[in-house]
Design a protein around this ligand. Structure first.
Ligand SMILES: C[S@@+](CC[C@H](N)C(=O)[O-])C[C@H]1O[C@@H](n2cnc3c(N)ncnc32)[C@H](O)[C@@H]1O
Length: 366
């Protein structure tokens, strides 16, 4: 695989694919111009890597953070449009007078006053659902919103992991114990530097599309793709591994959500029982079934600590047979099982104990 394109890492995400994983299957199972789809798009790795390889690419995700980042990568604006908009936003923010900012201990300890004012301004001003320029700016801001600010000048917050946002009370206690104070950061200047870095290697010639939605509605949402998808490369939420609503509460706040984590936001974010999980997966495959070409290849990466390997294999294959309405499946590649070391970064919540295993399924409806 060639050097990884800097747009891939615009915003990290739990259980994200390495781009090389997508590249391998796109090259093996599609030709240039074919359609690739990811119904659990996360940070949009399948979509962006497929576009780089000259394939058409589409996807969706139920989480606004994932949908925003995926859509930004699917259709990036020009450098000039981004820099003009950031400069205009900077002037508007400076002229805005009083801006009401959250007053909780968390926000006071997380961001320096000027940084928080700029973030709150952007949170209201960015039309990320309707404007591709604003969406790209929002995606860059999401990637800088929290992280290891003692190591990176591009990070807006007091020290935090970059992949997940820690809970407010825990964060405040931890910063106090370590006597950590928020860094002085100019959000607009950092965003301008990000534009140059993220677009330094150009963008794909093809434009893709990523939308917010539920996998079970995928065929309805993408009617134009009916029967045409040649390859699905996807990774559903893993059983009992992370709750995307809680673990990304600060990014969700930036996109318009609540000032504190609200418990479970997405019903499917974390399935507690395997029965509920298999039912969900069967419904998910059923949701995409109308989009698939007759010879479509489906690549699924899945992991979890709660399953014995044969239970997981049986569960995934049964859910596919049920969901696709196809009693027989061609298994294109033997099940690839591997213990996670650095194979796929940030798969599990930091500190998770136990054996961590990933499984790759490659199948086709017979
Ligand atoms: C394992 S992650 C995908 C990561 C992705 N492969 C990447 O490279 O970033 C699973 C994704 O499924 C999404 N998800 C969960 N339930 C969903 C649903 N009902 N419909 C669509 N997406 C859903 C989550 O929001 C999460 O982004």
């Amino acid at each position: 695989m060639s050097v990884v394109h800097p747009l891939h890492s615009i915003c990290p995400y739990f259980a994200m694919f390495p781009p090389g994983f997508v590249e391998r299957y796109v090259l093996a199972f599609t030709n240039p111009g074919d359609i690739v789809f990811d119904p659990f798009s996360g940070r949009g790795t399948t979509i962006f890597e497929s576009l780089l390889l000259g394939r058409q690419a589409y996807g969706l995700d139920i989480n606004p953070v994932a949908a925003c980042v995926s859509a930004a990568k699917a259709d990036p604006p020009t450098r000039a449009a981004l820099l003009n908009r950031i400069e205009a936003l900077k002037t508007q923010c400076a002229d805005a007078g009083v801006i009401e900012v959250p007053t909780s201990e968390f926000f006071e300890a997380c961001y320096a006053p000027m940084t928080l004012r700029q973030l709150v301004f952007l949170r209201t001003a960015l039309q990320w659902r309707s404007s591709k320029v604003d969406r790209f700016i929002a995606a860059m801001a999401l990637g800088c919103l929290h992280g290891e600010s003692h190591k990176s000048q591009n990070c807006f917050s007091n020290r935090m992991p970059r992949t997940i946002s820690t809970k407010p009370d825990y964060s405040v206690r931890w910063w106090a114990e370590k006597e950590l104070v928020p860094p002085q950061r100019d959000v607009f200047e950092i965003l301008k530097r990000q534009v140059d870095f993220r677009l330094a290697r150009g963008v794909p010639a093809l434009v893709g599309e990523a939308r917010i939605g539920d996998v079970r509605n995928a065929t309805k949402m993408f009617r134009k793709l009916r029967g045409q998808v040649k390859l699905v490369v996807t990774s559903p939420p893993y059983l009992d591994t992370t709750d995307y609503g809680e673990d990304q509460w600060l990014r969700l706040w930036f996109l318009g959500g609540a000032e504190r984590p609200k418990g479970r936001i997405f019903a499917d974010a974390r399935h507690g029982t395997s029965a509920a999980y298999w039912t969900f997966l069967a419904a998910a495959w059923n949701g995409i079934s109308g989009l698939l070409a007759p010879d479509c290849t489906i690549v699924i990466r899945i992991g979890g600590m709660s399953f014995a390997p044969d239970e997981l294999e049986n569960g995934v294959l049964t859910s596919l047979r049920e969901g696709l309405g196809s009693p027989v499946l061609d298994v294109i590649q033997p099940l690839d099982v591997s213990e996670i070391k650095n194979r796929q970064t940030n798969v599990f919540r930091p500190g998770t104990k136990g054996k961590r295993v990933e499984y790759d399924f490659v199948v086709r409806a017979a």
